[in-house]
Design a protein around this ligand. Structure first.
Ligand SMILES: NC(=O)c1ccc[n+]([C@@H]2O[C@H](COP(=O)([O-])OP(=O)(O)OC[C@H]3O[C@@H](n4cnc5c(N)ncnc54)[C@H](O)[C@@H]3O)[C@@H](O)[C@H]2O)c1
Length: 435
């Protein structure tokens, strides 16, 4: 079997490297020539724990190319892992996906199995088969295999996923897909074989459910602030019920990243397009926007004007441990602060480069190498992601390094009682106010 992965992003690169580490020969294809040049030199283009080590070890089983003909010709299994971003009105934008189908149709030299790992709207599997077979003379078996990895844990999640979902259209395809499953995961991983439509919907329904849990706990956190309850304890009390569980019940400034925002919008668009608009999904999206505004309101209640204030911002990656700033809550928050005339002292060693690409025209942002330098001379600090580095900081650290230790913690990283001596505002918990 000759296998090509198309799209060397988080999904495609991690999958390719792990399969190569299992001793499969893999071709990794991307149209981004710079990315391919680095990968050819054995340099990982994304930050994921253990990925660089595995890439180095498995390099002899990997061949990277930016040439479509070279990548497709001779392959009988092609795995599509390109981005499917949010388009107009939330509709998933399949431009790159269809570009790949054209690349396949133009360069295939035999019948092929196409595996779709990108997140695509319900119905895409069957449309893919029709599209490819209308454009060339080969036969295509199309298998949906949605990806569930989470950034920051991508290697672990790919080696040991919670489940493998496979969508197929015929019993023959099912037999083939089951043999393929053994290449991707070990036998202990639960395998669900179903129709393409069900597989496609499982992906959107899963991501939207997780996003909904976040929006739910965030909305409860706003009520906590009003009625003097403590969201951490409310979440703990809820999570002890095994039917609820603890995951995704941490209140904060809201979710971001390349998946939850686009997949909630995508699911709502799909539901609306099918005349079954899902109000709960719509509310999940609205609540997420409301939470950012709520956090900013806390700041503007404390500081009537932000003009000329210096603000330290910790953590602009959409979550801790990633360089990815796509749809990070930090983007609208920093934009707002700049509009109000503030100066930003930013600290995020992993994500600063990507953040700079978004804000390259702004001269009011300084990118600092150490947290102490960001805090020095700042009027207050806001914390926007849950990086392990920030979790370890103590009240004394802020007291020692700030003129006045005023902290807006958008991720509830610290226990309120541990922050005595600072002015400390978090989400859905009592504040420590200035005396
Ligand atoms: N990132 C995640 O955590 C995650 C998790 C599960 C599922 N997904 C889904 O997987 C898909 C890929 O996500 P990602 O985060 O890996 O994307 P990404 O943006 O990191 O990478 C996509 C890659 O595809 C390449 N590409 C685009 N058009 C191409 C073309 N025509 N030919 C060859 N290469 C092309 C891009 O250059 C890029 O390197 C998306 O549909 C996403 O929703 C992502």
């Amino acid at each position: 079997m000759n296998m090509t992965f198309v799209g060397m992003g988080y999904v495609g690169l991690v999958n390719s490297v792990i399969l190569a580490s299992y001793n499969h020969n893999i071709i990794g294809f991307d149209i981004d020539k710079e990315k391919i040049s680095l990968l050819k030199q054995g340099v990982s283009t994304i930050e994921e724990p253990n990925l660089q080590t595995l890439l180095t070890e498995a390099q002899h089983n990997l061949r990277f190319t930016s040439n479509a003909k070279d990548a497709i010709r001779g392959s009988n299994v092609i795995v599509i892992c390109v981005d499917t971003p949010q388009g107009k009105d939330g509709e998933p934008d399949l431009t790159h996906f269809y570009e790949v189908l054209d690349e396949i149709a133009d360069n295939a030299t035999q019948n092929c199995c196409i595996i779709i790992r990108s997140t695509v709207p319900v119905g895409t599997n069957r449309l893919t088969k029709k599209y490819l077979e209308s454009k060339c003379n080969y036969r295509f078996q199309v298998i949906s295999m949605p990806e569930f990895l989470s950034q920051g844990n991508a290697v672990k999640d790919t080696i040991n996923p919670s489940r493998l979902v496979i969508g197929v259209t015929s019993p023959e395809a099912e037999i083939f897909a089951k043999s393929l499953a053994g290449i991707f995961v070990n036998k202990k991983v639960p395998l669900l074989v179903t129709t393409p439509e069900t597989a496609e919907l499982i992906k959107y329904a899963s991501n939207s459910f997780l996003a909904m849990k976040i929006s739910y706990i965030n909305s409860i956190s706003r009520l906590c602030d009003k009625v003097d309850a403590d969201i951490d304890k409310v979440a703990l009390g809820m999570s002890l019920d095994p039917r609820i569980g603890p995951s995704f019940l941490k209140a904060g400034v809201g979710y971001g990243g390349s998946c939850f925002p686009k997949d909630t919008n995508g699911l709502y668009w799909i539901s609306d397009d099918n005349a079954v608009p899902l109000d709960l999904v719509k509310a999940t999206i609205t609540e997420n926007d409301a939470q950012i505004k709520y956090f900013l309101d806390k700041i503007t209640k404390r500081f009537k004007s932000l003009n000329n204030l210096k603000i330290a911002v910790f953590g602009v990656g959409f979550k801790g441990g990633t360089e990815d700033v796509r749809n990070s809550p930090a983007i609208p928050i920093v934009k707002y602060l700049l509009e109000k005339g503030a100066y930003i002292n930013l600290y995020d060693p992993l994500a600063e480069e990507n953040f700079h690409k978004v804000f390259s025209r702004h001269t009011h942002i300084a990118y600092l190498d150490y947290p102490q330098d960001a805090l020095k001379n700042s009027d207050f600090v806001i914390i926007l992601n849950d990086s392990d580095e920030f979790k370890k900081l103590t009240a004394d650290f802020y007291i020692e390094n700030m003129k006045r230790p005023i902290i807006f913690d958008g991720r509830n990283l610290y226990k309120v009682e541990d922050m005595k001596g600072t002015e400390y505002y978090s989400i859905g918990r009592p504040s420590l106010k200035k005396k």
